[in-house]
Design a protein around this ligand. Sequence first.
Ligand code: C5P
Length: 212
Amino acid sequence: MLVKPVFFALDGKTLQEFNFYLDKLKGEIYGVKVGLELFISEGPSVIEQLKKKGWIVFLDLKLHDITNTVKEATISASNLGVDYLTIHIASGSEALIEANKSKKGDLKILGVSSALTSKTMGKDLQAKVSSEFLLASKCKIDGVICPPSELEKASQQFKLLVTPGIRFENESSNDQKNVTTPKNAIERGSTFLVMGRSIRNNLNYFLNEFEL
Ligand code: C5P
């Protein structure tokens, strides 16, 4: 069976509440994503626990700070064994370049644009994202978090595109505004998908029927 190119978003306050899903998903998906909610509640030990169980870990802290702080936080994430880390492109080219130089091991840096998938994409936001992606590509970071609407353009600039805002057809988009289906995102250039509620709400379908 092929591993699906998906990060499962662990959006909750305890790792324990995801144990059921993690057991079912092991070997079926590429990795897991730890965001602000879980990291702030559980602390760095959550990364160690996931790494011990053999998971690829994406730490989605969306760092946005001065160069030295972003750089040192990146080193700390490397030391924890994190595999993917998000940094806001708006932190600036110096922060991105320094973080890229200082990362260790297998850590990959993903740039985050102003286009969170919970925002409606208009012309102004699109122009902002284009300039942010241009800056990120000049800084030669590993990849970006790419909302569905920007995949065509971004796939010409980056080899690694991670896409949130994923929903199955006919599913509620909840607070997400920039959404697409898993197949559509992959067909349009996404490397990995981020899926949280879609998997939690449709676990049997995801495991037994859905193919990518
Ligand atoms: O449950 P759902 O699949 O909507 O969760 C999406 C996950 O991706 C959340 O953890 C959210 O923080 C994250 N994310 C996002 N949009 C971005 C960046 C990250 O939804 N632009």
